[in-house]
Design a protein around this ligand. Structure first.
Ligand SMILES: [Zn+2]
Length: 354
């Protein structure tokens, strides 16, 4: 599954890959102390937060070379070389493969992540990545040869080829990613002087180590790869075992707390949500989960449950932003099916108790 994510990220390279620079970065200020960076042609968004106790970076992309460039850009923007932490939102390769660029600072993740990272980075795992990247690069080279020189398509393919080559070099010993070395189970609060970073385990949903980072003073919430409504829909059910009650509890706490987020920032793309949209999806999750529990209590079979639980109109807005009706129906059906099965598994235990 994790190698699959690497491939997807390469395939999603968009038409904005037009930079001349071998590593072309865009830097977007979100507030005075928070910036978002992205490599041309990649969807991954890296965030950097300036605090009194140093800069905190969220996620580490796909390549060490890119992250070294990002580090330089962040340091130049904030006019300081002082980095305090790198935080990984979850254990998927597209979020940590470049983390060696921050090997001098603590690398934080949920406690479930390091073992999964280690299993990706063992000898067989690395060989697998290398083989896939070699095949990808060969494919891009063949494509490039067949294209008219300097056509927009050839510029795009060249950029994607350069990214693939950087990612391949990232599997050399001096660039190879390192597992996170500071972990937590439930939550971790970092007092950064002027800002507080509350790291909260969302529970297993789209990975085994999904965490949110809440910065109450900035009214910002970083949600990794859980919430999207353009290109993708929320990844709520990718894992075999889910911690739905845990996720609901976390969303209630954030949305109904003293300083709820005004900006909800995903780890891909630029589509920040406001509090209202996160609340809408929280309500969808609650309804689906409660519905699944009720169906089980009433002894309803899966087909009867699905038939009696049509798509919630509150989320049909996504069809106006490029998600097909079919994709939305599939998403709803999958969510209900997985929740219904999850109730049967009785997986209501909160993390830390298992
Ligand atoms: Zn991702």
């Amino acid at each position: 599954m994790r190698p699959f994510i690497l491939t997807i990220s390469l395939l999603l390279m968009g038409p904005w890959a037009l930079g001349q620079d071998p590593i072309s970065l865009t830097l977007r200020p979100i507030s005075e102390c928070v910036i978002a960076l992205r490599e041309a042609g990649e969807t991954n968004t890296i965030y950097a937060i300036r605090t009194q106790k140093g800069i905190v970076v969220i996620d580490a992309g796909l390549s060490c070379e890119t992250m070294r460039e990002i580090r330089k850009r962040v340091a130049a923007h904030f006019k300081t070389e002082r980095f305090a932490y790198l935080i990984l939102t979850h254990e998927h390769t597209d979020h940590y493969l470049g983390d060696r660029a921050f090997q001098d600072v603590p690398i934080i993740s949920h406690t479930n992540a390091p073992a999964l990272m280690r299993s990706d980075l063992n000898e067989a795992g690395v060989k697998g990545f290398q083989a896939r990247l070699h095949a990808f690069i060969a494919g891009q080279r063949a494509k490039l040869d067949a294209l008219p020189k300097d056509s927009p398509e050839s510029v795009r393919v060249r950029s994607s080829l350069a990214s693939g080559e950087r990612e391949l070099r990232g599997f050399s010993p001096e660039q190879l990613a390192i597992p996170a070395n500071l972990t937590f189970t439930d939550r971790l609060s970092l007092d950064m002087g002027d800002l507080t970073l509350n790291l909260i385990f969302f529970g297993r949903a789209q990975s085994q180590s999904d965490i949110f980072i809440h910065v109450p003073e900035e009214r910002m919430l970083f949600t990794g790869d859980v919430f999207f409504d353009r290109v993708w829909l929320p990844f709520l059910t990718r894992e075999k075992v889910l911690d739905v009650p845990r996720g609901i509890q976390v969303l209630h706490e954030l949305l109904d707390g003293d300083r709820p987020p005004h900006l909800v920032l995903p780890a891909h793309g630029e589509d920040a949500w406001d509090r209202g949209k996160l609340a809408l999806w929280r309500d969808y999750i609650v309804k689906a989960w409660e519905g699944a529990k009720r169906a089980r209590q009433e002894g309803l079979g899966l087909d009867a449950f699905l038939a009696g639980f049509p798509l919630d109109p509150s989320i049909t807005y996504v069809t106006r932003q490029g998600i097909s009706e079919q994709k939305l129906q599939d998403f709803h059906r999958t969510t209900l099916t997985r929740y219904w099965k999850q109730v049967e598994l009785g997986a209501e235990a909160l993390p830390g108790t298992r």
